[in-house]
Design a protein around this ligand. Structure first.
Ligand SMILES: Cc1cc2nc3c(=O)[nH]c(=O)nc-3n(C[C@H](O)[C@H](O)[C@H](O)COP(=O)(O)O)c2cc1C
Length: 355
């Protein structure tokens, strides 16, 4: 396999060892390490390239030290927020969390697709619940350990019937809004039966309207974003974006994982699940461009899907993203991932002003 620049370096040897082990076991080990490191790691508030003012941006009233965030799903329960910022990420999205704590789907449920530089997961929102996440985040904040924006991504509990989804999201919103810099309504994971049906505009409006009413009644409204699937037909995606703009939503995260398998080069595990990483780049970027062209500045766009290096990041910015997120690129490129991408974006000849 050809290694692109962001994937070179000492991590390659370690990755070989890690990739020989079960993917979810490695994830648990990584989280244990990051959690332990979170108690002692520090961020250099000045002089760190990841905090260079040239990379900073303010959107929906929140200032981000740089535009590259950790995508939802890695640190679902907000266990290692200080570690992510020490690795250079400009923001962290924790979750998905649900109203009811839940174990997720049966194992095995996380797989690597190395020939495609991809992952396939059917985790099914394994998480400790929205209240536990809020407590964890609040503790990091009380300890003065949070120096980047932290978003909280909300999903529907598996036990909750689709008809009761609005109350389920409203509960989670109620307990997390005070500790979040932004909140995401995730209606796009392929691993909770029926969840993506909530992207139908009337269903989505039933969820968003109570949240916005709650938001309006708060002293200070928390920015609200919606995360969409790349598998939506273009017309349906445009309808979602227009609804969001109409309902005062602040932004769209484009996109979640895909159920598509077309074009994958290597073997793919049987069964359902969402594919992330390199194969997702083209569709998620095209969808981002389409939606940005349609709704323009009425929504802030977060570009996610297949970012492995600065060129990928730049392409998302050029397609209309103000912020970026990554998950799979970090798994393949290792701890230097965020710094490598940001160093490339920071390069004077091809700076973020080209966005
Ligand atoms: C193992 C795994 C778990 C994920 N869990 C969530 C999740 O809980 N909520 C969510 O909104 N997205 C989740 N995602 C999707 C990512 O946030 C992201 O949208 C997607 O992976 C595309 O980005 P990437 O190509 O950089 O990985 C998950 C992705 C992976 C690989």
């Amino acid at each position: 396999m050809l290694l692109r620049p962001a994937m070179a370096g000492p991590y390659v040897a370690l990755r070989k060892a890690l990739f020989s082990m079960d993917a979810e076991r490695v994830h648990r080990l990584a989280m244990a390490g990051l959690r332990a490191w979170s108690d002692v790691c520090d961020v250099d508030q000045h002089g760190d390239m990841c905090r260079d003012p040239q990379l900073a941006r303010t959107v929906f009233g929140v200032t981000f030290p740089n535009p590259l965030g950790l995508a939802a799903g890695f640190d679902k329960d907000a266990e290692a927020v200080p570690a992510w910022q020490a690795l250079g990420f400009g923001f962290v999205e924790v979750g998905t969390v649900t109203r009811h704590p839940q174990p997720g789907n049966d194992k095995p449920r996380l797989f690597r697709l190395p020939a495609d530089q991809a992952l396939l997961n059917r985790l099914g929102f394994n998480n400790h619940g929205a209240e536990a996440c809020a407590r964890a985040l609040s503790a990091w904040r009380a300890a003065g350990r949070v120096h980047v924006p932290v978003g909280v991504n909300l999903g529907k509990s598996k036990v909750t019937a689709p008809a009761d989804a609005p109350a389920d999201y409203a509960f989670s919103f109620g307990v997390t809004a005070d500790v979040a810099d932004y909140v995401v309504v995730n209606v796009s994971s392929p691993n909770t039966p029926g969840l993506r049906d909530l992207q139908k505009t009337d269903e989505l409006a039933r969820i968003l309207d109570p949240l916005q009413a709650h938001n309006a009644a708060r002293g200070k409204r928390v920015p609200l974003l919606v995360k969409v699937a790349p598998d939506l037909a273009d017309d349906d995606a445009v309808a979602v974006a227009r609804l969001c703009a109409d309902r005062g939503v602040d932004g769209l995260i484009v996109s979640n994982t895909t159920i598509a398998r077309a074009g994958l080069q290597g073997p793919v595990p049987e069964g359902p699940g969402g594919v992330s990483g390199r194969p997702l780049f083209a569709r998620s970027t095209a969808l981002l461009r389409l939606l940005k062209a349609d709704v323009g500045d009425k929504l802030v766009f977060v570009g996610v899907g297949g970012i492995f290096d600065a060129d990928d990041a730049r392409a998302k910015l050029q397609a209309g993203a103000s912020l970026l997120q990554a998950y799979t690129g970090f798994v393949y490129a290792g701890p230097s991932f965020a710094r490598d991408v940001l160093r490339g974006l920071h390069a004077p000849s091809r700076g973020p002003s080209s966005a």
